[in-house]
Write a protein that binds this ligand. Structure first.
Ligand SMILES: Nc1ncnc2c1ncn2[C@@H]1O[C@H](COP(=O)(O)OP(=O)(O)OP(=O)(O)O)[C@@H](O)[C@H]1O
Ligand SMILES: [Mg+2]
Ligand SMILES: [Mg+2]
Length: 458
């Protein structure tokens, strides 16, 4: 049937793209458009010999995003396309055979990445010219399928994936916390991959941001990443997290949140701004202000803290004003930034660690410093025990984690005569002490937080 040897085509037609392994895809026939296009996600350039190819995924069915067909094609051109927001984006053009009903021919397709297209394919007039006449009142003139037939065609592509792919971005796979996170993820049926922060590197590119791993493998297809960045690699680790984020991979604790929580001065300012009580704290640049700084926090005994400290290593107690002054000035003489803080004597070397996940305190423990020590850190010989926290402490912990925008946080609270005060918030809280003290499977709770965020149902 046809006129002048041209076939009549409807406004929607089923197409087959054999070379792309797409058994059926509904195309909008659009003679108003010059070129044809296909929806493509995760577009990545790959080099085959001297040729540039692209690897991408097509979700051929309009209402079923879980079916994704992996495709590969040689790049035959690049096109700048202005989006509706007026920003030009680069799109790749490929050539492929398409079959519509009985006819097969080669067409050029632009990969329309990122777009949410109603029709996953568009046939423009370049593809129609000399072959078709469009009857806009009809659909499926060349081929039609029932829903059942479509599902049969797609059976081989239905994703039977049982779990998520989760990367643990850390430094030491043998650390208790890291071992537990891997173990908990695997127990819940996920594919857990340890990624050493220092073995990952990145390519900054607007359309193809990439992370590679030592040896040259490209890190992709991750659903989520759990950052457990040690303080000495905060800067680099956070850059990696931002890169994962720009690749659309969920990070359980974002880069900005980690950076903020690691800067004790910045974090303390955020707390004060949001009406969270902390011990009286001062900060000064010049040694000329040391004397008044000491007075400001009510004099000795007082606490001096390095801005970036963990495990209690950078926290010092100065017993007298004289000692405080010389320690403060000593730090200043070597250009080290410190906080000066009121000493909460009545805490008697005890502090409270609340483990917060997704806005809930999932476990809490008291830590008691050893005799003659004021720091309660386990790493300083402190011992942990279960504690019932008050409603006020629970609220404080949740609020602190929320203000720093941390889905996972270790919130340290100290009990003072003025009520509970926030000491600090840790973005990579250790699991060993708190799991042992409370018997709770915190690693499992962290994995569940990811499942919830990604709406994963096993
Ligand atoms: N103002 C204070 N008054 C009394 N004790 C304090 C005060 N600040 C800190 N401490 C004690 O010192 C410990 C370490 O302090 P802080 O938590 O600020 O440092 P950190 O080195 O970051 O430790 P972490 O390993 O918990 O990250 C606290 O757990 C607490 O027991
Ligand atoms: Mg800390
Ligand atoms: Mg602490």
């Amino acid at each position: 049937m046809g006129i002048n040897g041209l076939t009549i085509i409807g406004s929607e037609e089923w197409c087959v793209c054999e070379e792309l392994n797409i058994p059926a895809i509904k195309a909008r026939v659009d003679s108003g458009a010059k070129t044809s296009s296909i929806q493509a996600s995760n577009v990545k350039i790959i080099q085959k010999g001297t040729e540039e190819w692209v690897r991408f995924e097509v979700n051929p069915l309009q209402e079923n995003r879980s079916i994704a067909i992996p495709c590969e094609a040689r790049v035959i051109g690049k096109r700048l396309v202005k989006s509706s927001t007026g920003i030009a984006e680069q799109r790749f053009v490929i050539k492929t055979m398409v079959t519509i009903g009985k006819d097969s021919f080669e067409i050029e397709l632009t990969l329309a990445n990122r777009d949410t297209m109603e029709f996953k394919m568009l046939l423009g007039r370049e593809a129609l010219n000399g072959r078709y006449l469009v009857n806009p009142n009809e659909i499926d003139l060349c081929a039609s399928y029932t829903n059942g037939e479509i599902m049969d065609l797609y059976k081989p592509f239905i994703n039977e994936r049982t779990g998520l792919k989760i990367g643990l971005l850390a430094s030491n796979p043998n650390l208790y916390s890291n071992k537990r996170i891997i173990e908990a993820g695997e127990a819940r049926g996920h594919d857990m991959v340890f990624l050493n922060v220092e073995h990952a590197y990145m390519k900054l590119d607007a359309s193809q941001p990439e992370i590679r791993y030592r040896g040259g493998n490209i890190i992709d297809e991750f659903d989520a990443v759990i950052p457990r960045i040690k303080p000495s690699v905060t800067f680099y680790g956070c850059a990696l997290i931002r890169q994962f984020d720009s690749m659309g991979i969920y990070c359980l604790n974002g880069a900005e949140a980690i950076t903020q929580s690691r800067d004790k001065l910045f974090a303390s300012q955020l707390f004060a701004k949001h009406d969270i009580h902390i011990p009286i704290t001062g900060f000064a640049k010049s040694p000329l202000d040391t004397k008044d700084l000491i007075k400001m926090v009510n004099g000795a005994p007082l606490i001096i803290k390095l801005l970036e400290s963990t495990q209690g290593k950078g926290v010092v107690l100065a017993e007298t004003n004289k000692a405080a002054e010389s320690v403060i000035n000593a730090f200043k003489s070597v250009q080290t930034n410190i906080l000066v803080q009121e000493f909460i004597k009545e805490a008697n070397g005890q502090d409270i660690r609340c483990f917060v996940v997704n806005g809930k305190v999932v476990a809490s423990m008291a830590r008691q410093a050893t005799k003659g020590e004021f720091r309660a850190n386990i790493h300083q010989g402190g011992t942990a025990s279960i504690i019932r926290i008050t409603q006020e402490e629970r609220k404080l912990a949740i609020k602190a984690a929320r203000i720093l925008n941390l889905p996972v946080a270790g919130v340290d609270i100290i009990r003072s005569k003025k009520g509970p005060l926030l000491l600090e918030v840790n973005s990579s809280p250790g699991l060993e002490g708190i799991e042992n003290a409370t018997g709770k499977d915190i690693a499992n709770i962290m994995i569940q937080a990811i499942e919830k965020k990604l709406k994963f149902v096993s």
